[in-house]
Design a protein around this ligand. Sequence first.
Ligand code: PLP
Length: 437
Amino acid sequence: EKEINLENLDKKHFLHPTSSIKQQQEDGPAIIFEEGKGIYLKDINGKEYIEGMSSLWNVAVGYGRKELAKAAKKQMKKLSFSSAFSTFSHESAILLAEKIARLAPGNLNTVFFTSGGSEANESAFKLVRHYWLLKGEPERKKIISRKKAYHGVAAGTTSATGIVEFHQMTNSLAPDFLHVDSDSVAALKKEIEKEGPKTIAAFIAEPVIGAGGMFIPDSDYLKGVRKVCDEYGILFIADEVITGFGRTGKMFAVEHWDVKPDLLVFAKGVTSGYFPLGGVIISEEIHDLLKEKSQGTLFHGFTYSGHPVGCSIALKNLEIIEREHLVANSSLMGSELLNGLKKMENQFHCIGEIRVIGLLAGFELYENAQTKTRFSEKVAPKIVAECAKLGLICRSVTYDDSDTIVLAPPLIITKEEIEKVINILKNAIEIVIEDKK
Ligand code: PLP
């Protein structure tokens, strides 16, 4: 029997998402994962890793949950697929919509399902534009987002994304997307005034910027933008694809600042990655307008909007999050992580600007953190590579001036496991930078 060489097949046939194609062609895949349990992954050579990023910020309840596999199997056997198009419906989508409406803040009450975050944000953009059409203000079509924001990779969401590298990938961005400075209410107001308030459909923001480098807003930022949106009658979309379902120590991150969005976008943690599922929750006002003014079909829906298997898994996953008090654990273990990182800051010259909210964390690397002198060459990617060798998966962000390490471990992580994470980070920094105070 011919032996299968996964590395070679990978190089030849597999175009990886968000990857360095050159590196992949030269080196092949760095790690081929095979199985997971709790916060741990194993690769094909049996080497174990702590998944300090919950894969792509999504595996909230950890790997290898038999309950979720059972929920999937049960649903697949009973009703593997059924569409929710038009007047069709099915139990798991109905129950999940009700459950999410119950968990969501404010008057967010009605859910549109998708297969992931990009589709969910695209749906939000289309729904807000549809809302303005129905309201008789068709000129309101522009969407304002933030520099450094990440909202996905479909046409509209690539354009809404504020990380310029994603724009440079294509020669055709969607029209009517504008970007403002990340943490300035005044900048948003200025942009609205410049463009004309009556041309703006919505403002979209991640409550905490994730992929762009883990930035927590100033304490009055989100309240400020909510106020500006209200002043000009602009809809506010919260992109909680990363932050939703406990990641920041609250069920939804907007709760930290007591802000009520008109639409809230979710994905990732809703199924802990056991099935691709996302969606957008809309306010009663928006739903009321749709009910009142829509003349016919809502011409928007995906084949897999409300996939019964995904919905069943999501229901079980949310049950686990509640039963195991994982939102509270996220907050508690977030404090442990913060303490650990602060201790590291005392031991090394290179660590500055530690940013932690629940189990979402980032810190900056400097040649000298006190004087904010950066390394001549970014070190975060080297530390991340060293961490992987030592058995910890984490992420680097190097856009613009940043040289950041990001962590987002599963919400089930324990104090002892946080200590392991911190120890590996310390070892990796010592090896890469040979820095000790
Ligand atoms: N929005 C945010 C804040 C995200 O972090 C992501 C993915 O990382 C997305 C949207 C896009 O989601 P997806 O990759 O499921 O399309």
